[in-house]
Design a binder for this molecule. Structure first.
Ligand SMILES: Cc1cc2nc3c(=O)[nH]c(=O)nc-3n(C[C@H](O)[C@H](O)[C@H](O)COP(=O)(O)OP(=O)(O)OC[C@H]3O[C@@H](n4cnc5c(N)ncnc54)[C@H](O)[C@@H]3O)c2cc1C
Length: 348
């Protein structure tokens, strides 16, 4: 099978690149390793509770704001009315008047997954192939041969790699070896070391008690907690787990969930003990996001001006994942910017 352009990776960057290519009338195919689209975007249940990214900042991220509007999606401000809780070791729980500090953070109705679904709906379905993990890329003749996990090959004139460079470095064999591999490995994958716990409730009972749902904890296991209620639908709280990935693995999912649940009860009272559903997503344990280098750290990627491919590869391969964006690398906005830069560089 030959395509003039192949996109490897069906996260936000790959999907947005596909949208731009489809709008330009280009012939392309998108190969996604998972059986679902979205990559780090993952929204659970009908209400779309976000286990990956939840926020965008319209004031600072015009492309995200524009795309949300273009696709006819609704957005709403992160709930932050009410008091904030601070939990410190050996001290009584502290309660402070909130500052409405999340006022500029917006969420998408139905979760960020609604953005993935809306984007996917606009694409030619026969050009989106799931369960297609690229394992090797070989520069041959006037193009690239991509080897897939099942031994199938796809020929491409040019390839847009829309996945984290560090993941590429670990999981895709290149021939000839690009000299830029060390740069890929040094580029941290934003949020890959992290894990989120989310509990769904029938009602946002904390709001009735004058609490915003925002809390900070130096006790753990969650360090930063927020209201995650749907715009119209079920209520929810989520927290970023501060326990490092190795310890999370040792403790195990069931115990970790129980500790997170107990923390919600400590903070928000006995009603927090009766969630409708709970979710734990450990991104460091997700082999299609994180590598062994992502088990700790979590440093924010800085924009990198150097070329992502050396001369041998440059005519046939481009990077388009968020971490390679000229601005906002690692963020949703970065995914859109990187995809747009990658498509622009194709010079269609
Ligand atoms: C917990 C968490 C919270 C976050 N919060 C925010 C937030 O609030 N706001 C914000 O702006 N950003 C946030 N982010 C970051 C945001 O999720 C990313 O910037 C964005 O989703 C990256 O999109 P991407 O397409 O570049 O990469 P990815 O989403 O990682 O997509 C890469 C895709 O490539 C696929 N793939 C991997 N290997 C292969 C292969 N060999 N062959 C084919 N396909 C492959 C993967 O399955 C995946 O679908 C958060 C991330 C996490 C994990």
């Amino acid at each position: 099978m030959y395509y003039p352009i192949v996109i490897a990776g069906g996260g936000l960057a790959g999907l947005y690149a596909a949208r731009l290519l489809a709008q330009a009338g280009a012939d392309f195919c998108l190969l996604e390793a998972r059986e679902r689209l979205g990559g780090r975007i993952l929204s659970a249940a009908a209400d779309g509770f976000d286990l990956g990214p939840a926020w965008f900042w319209p004031d600072m991220q015009p492309m995200m704001a524009g795309l949300v509007e273009e696709l006819g999606l609704s957005s709403f401000a992160q709930y932050a009315d009410g008091d904030v809780l601070i939990e410190r070791p050996q001290q009584p729980l502290q309660r402070f008047a909130g500052f409405g500090q999340m006022a500029s953070s917006f969420r998408i109705a139905g979760g960020t997954g609604a953005l993935v679904q809306a984007l996917a709906n606009t694409l030619p379905q026969d050009r989106i192939r799931l369960g297609m993990a690229v394992t090797a890329a070989v520069l041959e003749g006037d193009g690239v041969t991509l080897w897939l996990r099942d031994g199938e090959t796809v020929r491409a004139g040019r390839v847009l790699f829309a996945l984290p460079p560090r993941l590429m470095e670990r999981t895709i064999a290149f021939s000839p070896e690009p000299q830029t591999r060390a740069l890929w490995r040094a580029t941290a994958t934003w949020m890959a070391p992290h894990a989120k716990f989310l509990a769904v409730y029938e009602t946002p009972f904390w709001r009735e008690a004058g609490l915003s749902g925002t809390a900070q904890s130096m006790v753990g296991p969650m360090v930063e907690i927020h209201d995650a209620s749907a715009m119209a639908g079920k209520a929810a709280l989520f927290g970023f787990i501060g326990v490092p990935a190795d310890l999370r693995e040792k403790v195990g999912e069931a115990d970790l969930k129980a500790h997170c649940q107990a923390q919600f009860v400590r903070l928000f009272g006995p009603m927090a003990a009766r969630p409708f559903a709970t979710y734990l997503k450990d991104w460091a344990a997700d082999a299609l996001t994180a590598t062994a280098d992502d088990r700790q750290g979590g440093e924010h990627p800085a924009p990198i001006a150097r070329p992502w491919f050396d001369a041998a590869w440059a005519a046939h391969a481009l990077m388009a994942g968020s971490e390679t964006a000229p601005e906002h690398p690692g963020y949703l906005e970065g995914a859109l910017l990187a995809a747009a830069s990658g498509v622009a560089a194709l010079g269609l």
